[in-house]
Design a protein around this ligand. Structure first.
Ligand SMILES: *Cc1c(COP(=O)(O)O)cnc(C)c1O
Length: 403
């Protein structure tokens, strides 16, 4: 048996909708993207969503919109994918990495210690689909002493009057926090629709606006739309209306709009996400949980708590009392037996680019501890019960061989 890690689920319904988009005569940003944005907003329980061509682009636009630049500091967990930190560096701001808890989520006490008068944004990451401790983070940024430290440098920073919470929700579409969907929890949340994510448009992302009511989120959505299309005041679709040719460029923008071909995939997947996609993933999580939770060699990931429900993105099993080298060996042995496992993620301070910036993994001991014994197991729509059992069998055999 050969079991890949995370192949996309492409069926006739998706293919037909993509073909319809292709045949419609409108392939770039147009009616399907607008509809997908509306459906995502309804799904999350918010008013405004702006789609872009990746989560990375969405997060960078959010930082640019908030005016983040060289004098600012942005707090990011050390345990994440490089995209979260890269966008901070692209804006020229100072990247401040902090350690994570055993659940791989940003450690709010560490965030508190990292806050300075230059801190403008905190970027919690809903690793593998479990929402971060948003209430604690929101309470922290609203503490009078912390608000007093905040030094607004432009209108939107003054309007907010505190540190912005920009969630990297790349993994957590469909997850819940205190009864709300992610997207409706942090000030701004950004989903990814990259090929390996729960819902894919091949490449894509969505910016979810949930700012305090003092902001006019409809016009902020327009700002994001303009920023994603060269700063041009009219998108190509609007310009096709007879006589509406004249445009202006009001700001120096970027090019990261979503195409209608991509949105076609997203529309089909979102319509069946709750009834079909998430239950399937949950079933796989439950099977792994049952196989490993009572075996003292393993520690299973948390995916439901009284206030949180995961989107079941990746099953991050931990093997107790092993070294990083033993973990690597287990993954090799699994591969030899046809099962693709993975590690989510290598903490940023272990990667060359971040080492060159002066980060050292010794300053992030828990990120290292969790990483060293972590093995991510396949979770995807087309994974059968038989294959799940095979993953469990192969993994247990590999662990017995190595330990
Ligand atoms: C995939 C991923 C991203 C980037 O998403 P793109 O849509 O590929 O830009 C960001 N953060 C995390 C944690 C991710 O896993």
């Amino acid at each position: 048996m050969n079991i890949p890690f995370s192949p996309p689920h492409i069926d006739d319904a998706i293919i037909e909708e993509v073909v319809s988009a292709l045949r419609s005569g409108w392939i770039t940003t147009g009616p399907r993207t607008k509809l997908f944005e509306q459906k995502l907003a309804e799904y999350c329980g918010i008013q405004h969503v702006e789609c872009v061509n990746s989560a990375s682009a969405g997060m960078e636009l959010a930082l640019r919109w908030f005016g983040i630049g060289p004098d600012d500091e942005v707090i990011v967990p050390a345990y994440t994918y490089t995209a979260t930190a890269e966008v901070v560096l692209h804006c020229g701001a100072k990247l401040v990495l902090v350690d994570v808890n055993d659940d791989l989520l940003i450690d709010v006490d560490k965030v508190r210690q990292a806050i300075t008068p230059k801190t403008k944004v905190i970027m919690p990451v809903d690793i593998v689909g479990l929402p971060c401790d948003y209430q604690e983070i929101l309470d922290l940024v609203n503490e009078p002493e912390i608000r007093k430290l905040f030094r607004p440098a432009n209108d939107c920073q003054s309007t907010l009057g505190r540190i912005l919470i920009l969630a990297d929700a790349a993994h957590s579409l469909g997850a819940y926090y205190q009864g709300k969907h992610t997207g409706a929890v942090a000030d701004i949340s950004v989903f990814s629709f990259h090929a390996v994510k729960n819902l894919t448009t091949a490449e894509g992302g969505a910016i979810c606006l949930n700012l305090p009511e003092t902001f006019h989120s409809e016009s902020i959505k327009k700002d994001f739309n303009t920023l994603s299309l060269h700063g041009q005041t009219k998108d190509a679709f609007t310009k096709t209306k007879a006589g509406a040719w004249r445009y202006d460029v009001c700001t120096i923008g970027y090019k990261c709009n979503m195409t209608d071909v991509a949105a076609a995939m997203g529309l089909v997947e979102l319509a069946r996400y709750d009834q079909n996609i998430l239950p399937k993933r949950k079933k796989i999580f439950d099977a792994y949980n049952q196989a490993f939770a009572n075996d003292p060699r393993f520690r299973v990931p948390t995916y439901v708590t009284p206030t949180k429900q995961s989107s079941y993105h990746v099953f991050t099993l931990r093997v107790n009392h092993i070294t990083e080298e033993q973990r690597d060996l287990i993954i090799v042995k699994m591969a030899e037996n046809g099962v693709a496992a993975n590690v989510h993620f290598i903490p940023l301070p272990m990667l060359t680019a971040y080492k060159s910036l002066g980060f050292n993994i010794q300053d992030y001991p828990n990120a290292y501890r969790q990483y060293a014994c972590e093995i991510s197991l396949p979770v995807y729509y087309d994974l059968s019960d038989e294959q799940v059992n095979e993953v469990i069998r192969v993994l247990k055999a590999a662990v017995s061989e190595v330990l």
